[in-house]
Design a protein around this ligand. Structure first.
Ligand code: AKB
Length: 313
């Protein structure tokens, strides 16, 4: 393969594991990791890495030329909770990074883009259960607004300039290799570290706040599957789903393996964001179009997390 892949945001939660999986599939030298900060040891050691600021168009262009990049996965973004504290900065980062990459495809320098959207595009007026692919979409967060605008810009570049850009709407992603930062669903990762370390955790969401979630392996699988799928001829930011649970349900699932684990609830400003999001997602369109189906259930997720964090063998 002399057409190489660039991952921007390779030091983040999803970027880290995406690089490792893509290197397994396409070969270490064909997958270039890049981020504004260094990545984890496995990413740094297994293949090329470039320090790159996604806001700097010239630097991106240089890296793309240097390696003959043909596909870009743009994983750098400011997530929901932190974006509420830095609205303008979040908008600038989330939108300008996207334009920088869309323009590379418009100018025919690269052939294909993956750009992640999120369940954050949905808002309080959206049906909460089995949220359909096409429905009322009126986000109330800065992050959600940027993701919705991004979806519309991707559709525009696709329709006007023939850009091949592909998206899924990620739910909360749970993993152990790299922690997430600044999201509303982050409690579902933090809880594992605290359950192991302190045998207790104070959730920043109330006990019955049910949200759509997914284990990292399924998220990576969906991402790569969509990028490998035949071109459908239209831009769709696909709903993808795996499981839904509340902090209370996750605590009970952890107690199966750590019976002394205790959960407390101290909701903060992130509660309002969570309350505006769906409880479950209908992903039948992804299922029909590119045969997507999540594999990992709640018990498998808990076990894998506790194994990954060396609590279970
Ligand atoms: C967040 O909580 O902001 C993210 C997301 C759902 O996109 N995990």
């Amino acid at each position: 393969m002399n057409q190489k892949i660039l991952i921007i945001g390779s030091s983040g939660q999803i970027g880290t594991e995406l690089v490792l999986k893509l290197r397994q599939i396409y070969g270490n030298e064909n997958v270039i990791a890049s981020d504004i900060r260094k990545a984890n040891y496995e990413v740094m050691e297994s293949g090329p890495f470039e320090l790159l600021d996604v806001m700097n168009k010239d630097d991106i262009y240089e890296v793309v030329e240097k390696y003959n990049i043909k596909q870009v996965y743009l994983m750098a973004a400011m997530l929901s909770a932190i974006a509420e504290r830095n609205p303008k900065k979040a908008w600038d980062l989330n939108m300008n990074s996207l334009f920088n990459i869309l323009d590379l495809a418009k100018d025919k320098v690269i052939d294909r883009i993956f750009w992640p959207s999120s369940i954050a595009v949905f808002g309080p007026d959206t049906p909460k259960e089995e949220t359909p692919q096409n429905t009322i979409i009126k986000p109330i967060t800065v992050y959600g607004i940027s993701k919705l605008a991004g979806e519309n810009w991707c559709a525009y570049y696709h329709d006007k300039y023939g850009v091949d850009v592909r998206s899924v709407r990620y739910p909360g992603i749970i993993s152990y290799k790299t922690t997430p930062g600044g999201g509303t669903t982050d409690y579902a990762v933090e809880i594992f570290y605290e359950a192991i370390r302190r045998k207790s955790y104070a959730s920043f969401l109330t006990k019955n706040t049910t949200l759509p979630m997914m284990y990292m392996d399924d998220a990576i699988d969906a991402t790569i599957k969509l990028m490998q799928a035949d071109n459908t001829g239209e831009y769709i930011a696909y709903n993808i789903a795996a499981l839904s649970f509340s902090p209370k349900e996750l605590a009970v699932a952890i107690q199966k393996y750590i019976p002394e684990f205790e959960m407390n609830y101290k909701p903060d400003t992130r509660q309002e964001i969570a309350d505006s999001w769906p409880k479950s997602i209908d992903d039948s369109k992804a299922n029909n179009d590119w045969d997507w189906k999540a594999k990992i259930d709640l018990d498998q997720l808990v076990k894998s997390m506790l194994q990954g964090l060396h609590y279970l063998k």
